[in-house]
Design a protein around this ligand. Sequence first.
Ligand code: GTP
Length: 496
Amino acid sequence: MATPTRKATADQSQLDIAGMNLGPEENEKDEAPPKVSLAREKVIADAKAEIEADKLGRKAVSLVVIGHVDAGKSTLTGRLMYALGRVGDKEVAANERASERMGKGSFSWAWQTDGTVEERERGVTMDVAQQTLQLPHRVITILDAPGHRDFIPNMISGAAQADCALLVVDASPGEFEAGFARGGQTREHVLLVRSLGVTQVIVAVNKLDVVEYDQSRYEEVCESLRAFLGTSGFAMGKAHFVPVAAMEGVGLGAEDEKTKKAMSWYQGPTLIDLLDQLKPPMRDVEAPLRMPIANVFKGTGSSTGVMGRILSGVVQIGEKVRVLPGEETAVVKSIQSDEENRSWAAAGANVTLYLTAIDPIHLSVGFVVCPPTALVPLATAFTARIIVFDIQVPILAGTSVELFVHSHDVPAAISKLTATLDRATGAVVKQNPRVLTKGLSAEVQITVRATSMSGPASRAEPVPLEPFSVNKEMGRVLVRRGGETIAAGIVLNVLN
Ligand SMILES: Nc1nc2c(ncn2[C@@H]2O[C@H](COP(=O)(O)OP(=O)(O)OP(=O)(O)O)[C@@H](O)[C@H]2O)c(=O)[nH]1
C-alpha cells in the first residue's frame, strides 16, 4: 500500500528511532514533565468554537477523484485548479509546450497533477496526488487517484482518507460502457469508496464535447449510474450528477459563457457549486482521543515526536496518554500543528505530539495514542463487513491475508465466512457460504496471526481498532493477498 501523502516536517535522517535503541537512562535525565493547565471541558469548548469559526468561515473536506482509466480525472482536476486560480496561465502554457514535445499534447491538463516522469510518459496517474482548492465555503483537499487497475492500492490509500468522492465517467460512445462493464474500474471504485465509508458522491459525466453536448446521452449515462449507485449502497439524496467537458473547461463554473452556450438544456448546479456544497465530516471532539501514529522521529531534548491525524477527541500539553498496543504511557510535552506551537489540538488536525516520559522503542508507526482512561480495543479477532474485489482465486475460510488498518499491517486469516449480504441493504443472502467470489459483499471473521518470523510459540500481536459504528476512521480495514487487494470493509465487532 502506498504511503499516504502527508506533510513531511520530520527530518528523514531521524526517523525510525525504534531501531536506535536509546536506553532508559536517556529518560532519567528528563526534566519534570509539564502539567495539564486547562480543564477538559474548556479545551472541548475552545475546539468547538474554532471548528465553528473555521478559518475564513471555510470548512475542510477531503475528496477522492475516482473513475475508469482515461475517464479524464487528472484533466478535470487540472482544469478545476485553473478555474479556481490555483494554477496560472504561465504554468498551463509551459505544460502545453512540454506535453506537445513528448507527443502527449492531450495530457497537458493532466500534468497539473501527474507530476512524475513515468506518469507523464505513460499518460497515467500512478500515485495519489494531493491538491487544495479554495472555494467560497469549502477548502477541499483533492486526492487524484489512479484509475489503472495496477494502482488500486494507491487509490485505496486515497479513498481511506476521503470524506467524499468525485466519480468521473467518460460519456463517449462505447467508452462509458467499457468503463462500466464488469472488470471496468467504474464499478470497482464505486464499491470500494462505499465500502470504506464514503457516503457522498458527485458524478461528473465527462467528454460531452465528443457527443456534441447531447442531452439524451447525458441522461442515458446518469440513468445507468443512478441505478448502480443505489444498489451499491449510496443514498440517492447524496449522489449528484453534473455534465462537463473537462478538456474544454465546460460545466465547471456558473459564470462560464461556454457552458451556457454548449449546454443550454442544463439548468442545475455546476461542478464548482456542487463541490462548494459538500457536507463536511463530523469532527467528534467529545469522543475519546484517537491518534494513529503515521511517523516517529527524535524531538528536541529527550522528547520523541509522533506525527498523525487526530481522528477524534482533544489533547493538551501535560496530558498523560497511553500508546497502544503496549503497556506504556507518556506525557505530552508540546504540540505542533501547521508549523505552530499549540497548547491543545482537536479532531481533524494533523499534528506532531512531542512525547516525554516514554522510551522511544515503545513508539511505532501504526500504534494509536489514546487516553489511559478510554483505551482503544485491542483485537486479535473481529467481525467485518467486506466487499470482495475482482479476484481470480476465491476466498475460503482459513485464507491467509495481510490486514491493513491505518498504517498498520499484520498477518491475518479470514477465519470464518459468516454470510453473504445484499450490497445495498446489508440483508443476509446466504448463511455460512463455502467460498467468497468477486463482487460479493459478506460478513466474515478475521483473526490476526502470529508473524512467521517470530517462531511457532509466539502469539499474535493484537491490533488497535474499533467498530465502524463507534469510530468510522478507526473501523476501516483492507485485506490484501500476495500484493493484491482482495477486499475492503468495516469492523462490526471486536470479538476478544
Ligand atoms: N475530448 C475530450 N477528451 C478529454 C476530456 N477530458 C480528458 N480528455 C482526454 O482523455 C485522456 C485521459 O485523460 P486523463 O485526465 O489523463 O484521464 P485519467 O482518468 O486521469 O487517467 P488515469 O489517471 O490514468 O486513470 C487524455 O487524452 C485527455 O486529453 C474531455 O472533456 N473531452
